[in-house]
Design a protein around this ligand. Structure first.
Ligand SMILES: Nc1ncnc2c1ncn2[C@@H]1O[C@H](COP(=O)(O)OP(=O)(O)OP(=O)(O)O)[C@@H](O)[C@H]1O
Ligand code: SF4
Ligand SMILES: [Mg+2]
Length: 381
């Protein structure tokens, strides 16, 4: 499908001014081959992990990318940080096409795009001191800050709320939340312009999650760093990403972005049934974030069925097998991601029937998902 896409030309190099596009992704595709057959293994199919997505992250912006497990969020993050080579589409950074840039061509911008990983346990080398871990990227990039690397590491430890005296300690001497702070300090060591944070708090205790999100928010606001915050854990999506952290949010389903808009319109006026279900599914849990007074009361829709296989996604709208509004047109035609009519600047939805309320789910669609039931029990305790 990507051959037919006419991709918009990247704009002239962006400046550092807030609001300028920093990262522009158009028609991005990543398919992983599925091998099968014996004795000769052949490609028998493709996992359509990311299948033609468009995104723009602006200078200094916090952008949330959310969706259920397996919908392609991490693959998107890895494509953007150039850990994976795309199958199609284009990635532009500051107006420069970096889709197929070589290591050498990427060198000048490598340091500007950093990643924070989900698991603060496995992403830190247990045999290195904190000082060594945080100064690692400076060493690799041969960067010698004024006053030396050790001074810079101590400053970074302070910025992330750790004791600079702990420079010589090892990761096992820190708690999970503190280790994630070390990961944040490492990501900051090269003065990045964009941080891709892939589920940065999902591995942490609920009580610690808010502290780490607050730190990321502080970093984003005070240092003007743009964030792509990836999340699938429903409580994290709803409480942190949509309510508190992100200025804009994109919702993914089965390799596609199905809705994007500023956080208030996504939260209070979701137009895609999937977004509605996603945001309706979690009870309010007090996890230390600020109030949720204005939370609209919603019916809790629990989606029936599993996510279809990304090897053979449904025709037309990929959500149709779980959608309570589906009609014949939904199987025949893929709904494009388009701006809603009326006063909805920047709110785009990929649904044939976005104007009708998504609120009314049929009884048979409201099924109890065991994972969500457990969440609700926790919340009631
Ligand atoms: N290297 C790979 N080879 C084959 N398939 C892959 C590979 N990496 C990811 N996939 C598949 O691509 C799809 C998207 O995976 P991805 O990890 O991007 O999802 P995700 O949205 O990050 O999920 P989660 O929320 O669980 O982290 C999944 O079906 C996954 O199994
Ligand atoms: S296009 Fe059809 S199936 Fe897809 S979300 Fe909209 S109503 Fe549901
Ligand atoms: Mg992931």
């Amino acid at each position: 499908m990507t051959e037919d896409l006419v991709l918009p030309a990247p704009r002239e190099a962006a400046t550092d001014a807030p609001g300028e596009p920093l990262l522009e992704v158009a028609g991005l595709v990543k398919h992983f081959p599925v091998k099968g057959g014996f004795p000769i293994r052949r490609t028998v199919g493709q996992v359509q992990a990311v299948d033609g997505i468009d995104l723009t992250v602006h200078v200094g912006e916090s952008f949330g990318l959310v969706g259920e497990s397996g919908c392609g969020k991490s693959t998107t993050g890895r494509l953007i940080t150039k850990l994976l080579e795309p199958t199609g589409g284009r990635i532009a950074y500051r107006g420069k096409d970096i889709t197929h840039a070589t290591r050498r061509q990427l060198a000048p911008i490598r340091s500007e795009i950093q990643m924070i990983f989900q698991d603060p346990y496995s992403s830190l080398n247990p045999r290195q001191t904190v000082g060594k871990i945080i100064s690692g990227p400076m060493e690799i990039n041969r960067i010698e800050p004024e006053g030396g690397r050790e001074k810079r590491v101590r400053e970074l430890l302070e910025i992330v709320g750790l004791n600079p005296e702990h420079y010589n300690r090892f990761p096992h001497e820190f708690s999970g939340g503190q280790r994630q702070r070390i990961g944040v300090a490492r990501a900051l060591s090269l003065d990045p312009k964009l941080i891709v944070a892939d589920e940065p708090v999902s591995a942490l205790d609920v009580s610690i999650q808010a502290q780490v999100v607050n730190l990321l928010q502080k970093v984003q606001q005070e240092l003007g760093i743009a964030f792509l915050f990836i999340a699938h854990d429903l409580a994290v999506v709803r409480h942190f990403v949509v309510r508190h952290f992100s200025q804009r949010v994109a919702v993914m389903y089965l390799g596609k972005v199905i809705e994007v808009g500023d956080r208030d319109s996504i939260y209070t006026r979701p137009r895609h049934p999937y977004t509605h279900a996603l945001l309706s599914a979690v009870p309010e849990v007090n996890v230390g974030a600020e109030d949720d007074e204005e939370v609209p009361q919603r019916e809790r829709i629990r989606l029936a069925g599993d996510v279809p296989s990304p090897i053979s996604p449904p025709s037309g709208c990929r959500f149709r097998t779980r959608c309570w509004k589906a009609e014949d047109k939904c199987a025949a035609e893929e709904p494009p991601l388009i701006q809603l009519s009326g006063n909805h600047a920047g709110h785009l939805t990929a649904c044939h029937f976005p104007e009708e309320p998504t609120i009314e789910a049929r009884d048979e669609d409201i099924v109890l998902d065991p994972a969500l039931a457990a969440l609700e029990e926790d919340a009631d305790d």
